[in-house]
Design a protein around this ligand. Sequence first.
Ligand code: ZN
Length: 197
Amino acid sequence: MVVAKSQIHNEVLAANELYAGSFGEKQKLKLPPARGFAILTCMDARLDPAKYAGLSEGDAHVIRNAGGRASDDAIRSLVISHKLLGTREWFVIHHTNCGMELFTDEIMGDLLADSLHTANFDGETWTNPIHGQGCSHGRFLKWHTITSVEGSVVYDVQRIREHPLVPGHIPIYGYIFDVRTGKLNSVEAANDAGMPI
Ligand code: ZN
């Protein structure tokens, strides 16, 4: 069966053709990040770590998930980043106006139990436009939502610092990216928690 490709799909491939056409010297890049650091940050579409942190291909590891949270899987990546690929300092970068502040585990569990289709948000409440064929599995997951973005940066830096597979000599920095200004603002308590020990 031939499935018709979407417009987005075709746009991505067209953009890639252009990119690959001028790939040039990048073919010589080494696998370990040349500048020896890693960033853990949110998947939010307004954040572009290559731009906000001045990265080129081959420079650094960027680990992204919803919220930029220090989940077990994010820590798995950070440990590989250091142990096998030599990064020596890490940034945890959350941001203002994060979608992870807009729901709780209970809300997510209820929405999914009712329907898997995209929900609507009116600025206060989430609702499902379509009901039925949901799944209760979402009630058993921890979604790592955020109640205070400053608190989440501190919590995540602390969690990484205290992880038994993370060596004490790696500095871990905590920042909040401001989606209105593009600026990275330091979270002092996180930077204190992330100091090498
Ligand atoms: Zn976010």
